[in-house]
Design a protein around this ligand. Structure first.
Ligand code: ADP
Length: 663
């Protein structure tokens, strides 16, 4: 099913794809919100928990260290009071020299106790009894690779008067045990090989009268103590011990410990910069901090530990660390699982969308295929009109629409049929009309042409009659003769006009016409009338266009001639001719300030023989404007009249202006 769905999901308009996208977005958004908030809470809790663990761990190690120190102090104090020491003191007080034969039993006893202590205390390295002059009286220590215990021979005993710990020990209050700083053991100021770190415990030894007699000095191997702390530490947390200045005394990498003894630096501040302030601040005991070390974030817990019972105080720092990512391991694990859950959810969604698509998209597609296949022939029964829910509703609505469309289509077809028939009828009538027009024009032409001949005859006979009988005719007959002459010449004028009008038929041969020059020619032809009427004719910017020069000459001559003819009495005619281009044609206007034409006659005057005035008012044949209309229409234009300046007339006409220019 998913395989069927995938092409649909890829189509941008697919409903399934939209549903899938919305659901995926919703799931991803919800997952992001839930996972984000869970992870943030979890992170905080995990880090808090890890910090608590580290604090508890560092506290535990500090306890361990303190208990070890307590044991050391206790042992030292105990040894200072053992009977052989008192015996040795008494025998030396009694004036018996060191080499005296009475001394050895007490010395041997003390050596025996020291040896037993070394056997019992694996961390102890050396027990010494030193007198107030700094001379070693008894010294038992471990030596060699197998840590054999030996009592050092009397001749090998040394004077330690100038050593720090002797000086401090001699000034100690009674009963106090002083602990040294931790450092590598030295002999004759040289670090002993192999090097091992020591911590000295020193306490005073007093005689019966309470006077300081000597010192008991115990050297402890710090390595052993650190090993004990290390074995107590949880393996997952690396642990460290540093001096109060931050120099490492114990580090998981042994090479980093005690570098200060060699004049080098290996300091916790370099790994955890926050430690600098902590070490410098005597009030702070615990530090929890995160540091970025070599691209690896670490959480540290540092605790200061006092280990000096006497003055001056002695402190060191115990630290444990944990990798940040280890602390958040649970979170990462959870994220992986949640990721899998989200993936599984998306797959379920895909399946749900596939099922939905099957239910919703498939019927829609089937419907589309039917409509594409059957087109307008689609019937209601071809569509899933009985389906449930929206699909069924859509099919029913669509089928209703189809029915309406069908009705409209039939009506449209009927109307188209009617119109086609009407069109044919019209074309037939137009053909008849054109034929009749042609015949009429031919008739007008023939008639006007043929009428000229009898008219000429009438004219010549009237002339002859006037010549021969003019003198004998009475006044009334002469008047009749005059009427006949006038009628004949008017008829001649009409026939000439009619001939001119009918000659305008046929297709005109177009040429390039410079209207500016053409109007100038017309004005030249009308020059006598213009000056007679004291008229002013203005024209400029008239275009160069394609037209029939003779016809256009006739057009302008009629319009300008009329403007001169129909001027107002006592008003000098003002005639303006202009042209402007609009929508691919030229609009001309010939405006005058004459008598004007009232609105109801503005169409009529373009019909042949239509005149608005009697012959006695204005001479004319009533053909001029009919000619103008014909010429304009032959050029593909229109002509109409508007009111001109000061009540005069404005004759407007258009001429096709394709490829024409203004001159
Ligand atoms: P006509 O020979 O009478 O001038 P036209 O066809 O030229 O014939 O004009 C028809 C009628 O239109 C005219 O009789 C006149 O009444 C009117 N007419 C034409 N031009 C003008 C004009 N410029 N001003 C006023 N009336 C005009």
């Amino acid at each position: 099913m998913i395989r069927q769905l995938s092409p649909r999901l890829l189509q941008s308009s697919s409903i399934a794809r939209h549903i899938l996208l919305v659901l995926v977005a919703a799931v991803l958004l919800c997952s992001a919100v839930v996972i984000g908030s869970t992870v943030s809470v979890l992170d905080t809790q995990l880090l808090e928990r890890r910090e608590q663990q580290l604090s508890a761990e560092v506290e535990r190690l500090a306890q361990q260290f303190r208990s070890y120190i307590d044991e050391m102090v206790h042992d030292t104090a105990f040894l200072a009071g053992v009977p052989p020491i008192q015996g040795l003191m008494r025998s030396r007080r009694a004036g018996v020299g060191v080499g005296d034969s009475s001394t050895p039993p007490w010395r041997r006893n003390l050596q025996g106790i020291f040896k037993q202590m070394l056997a019992a205390k694996p961390m102890a390295l050396q027990y010494r009894f030193i007198d107030v002059d700094g001379r070693e009286l008894v010294r038992v220590d471990r030596y060699g690779p197998r840590d054999s215990v030996r009592a050092v021979a009397e001749e090998a005993l040394q004077s330690k008067l100038h050593r720090d710990y002797v000086q401090v020990g001699l000034s100690l209050p009674k009963g106090a045990v002083w602990l040294s700083e931790i450092g590598l053991n030295r002999e004759e100021r040289q670090i002993m090989q192999p090097p091992h770190a020591v911590l000295r415990a020193v306490t005073g030894v007093y005689d019966d009268s309470g006077l300081l007699y000597g010192l008991l000095v115990v050297n402890h191997r710090v390595a052993g103590m650190f090993a004990r702390i290390g074995s107590a530490a949880q393996d997952e947390f690396p642990h460290y011990i540093t001096a109060l200045n931050g120099e490492y005394l114990l580090h998981p990498d042994a090479a980093k410990a005690f570098r200060f003894e060699y004049g080098e630096r290996s300091n916790i501040v370099d790994d955890l910069p926050q430690a600098a302030d902590f070490l410098a601040d005597s009030q702070r005991r615990l530090l929890l901090a995160v540091s970025q070390r070599h691209g690896d974030r670490q959480i540290y817990a540092l605790q200061k530990v006092d280990y000096q019972t006497a003055e001056p105080a002695q402190q060191l720092v115990i630290a444990v660390s944990s990798a940040y990512r280890d602390a958040l391991a649970v979170r990462n694990d959870l994220l992986k699982r949640l990721g899998l859950y989200v993936l599984a959810l998306l797959l379920v969604l895909l399946a749900v969308v596939a099922a939905l698509s099957q239910r919703i998209v498939a019927p829609l597609q089937a419907m589309r295929n039917t409509v594409l296949e059957k087109g307008q022939q689609t019937r209601a029964e071809d569509l899933p009109i009985h389906a449930d829910a929206e699909v069924g509703e859509l099919a029913r609505a669509f089928s209703g629409l189809l029915a309406v469309l069908d009705v409209q289509r039939r009506a449209l077809e009927r109307e188209v049929g009617q119109r086609r028939r009407a069109q044919l009828e019209l074309e037939k009538n137009l053909g008849k009309l054109a034929q009749a027009n042609k015949e009429l024009e031919q008739f007008a032409y023939i008639a006007s042409h043929d009428l000229q001949e009898p008219l000429r005859t009438i004219n010549s006979f009237i002339g002859m009659l006037e010549q021969r009988c003019g003198s004998v005719l009475d006044e009334q007959s002469q008047q009749f003769l005059e009427y006949m002459k006038q009628s004949a010449s008017r008829m001649e004028m009409l026939i000439r006009g009619l001939l001119e009008y009918s000659r305008l038929d046929g297709v005109l041969e177009l040429e390039s016409v410079d209207c500016q020059a053409l109007v100038a020619d017309v004005c030249d032809d009308l020059a006598s009338q213009i000056s007679e009427k004291n008229a002013v004719v203005t024209y400029s910017g008239l275009p160069l266009l394609r037209g029939h020069a003779l016809s256009l000459h006739m057009l302008f001559q009629n319009l300008i001639g009329n403007a001169l003819k129909y001027s107002r009495d006592g008003v000098d005619p003002q005639i303006a001719i202009s042209a402007s281009q609009r929508d691919g044609e030229w609009l001309f206007s010939v405006t005058d300030n004459g008598i004007g034409i009232c609105e109801q006659h503005r169409e009529r005057v373009f019909y042949i023989f239509q005149r608005l005035h009697g012959r006695d008012e204005y001479s004319g044949s009533g053909i001029g404007l009919a000619l103008c209309k014909k010429i304009v229409e032959q050029h593909g234009g229109r002509i109409w009249i508007k009111e001109g300046a000061g009540g005069g007339s404005c004759f407007c006409f258009t001429l096709l202006g394709e490829g024409n220019d203004q001159t």
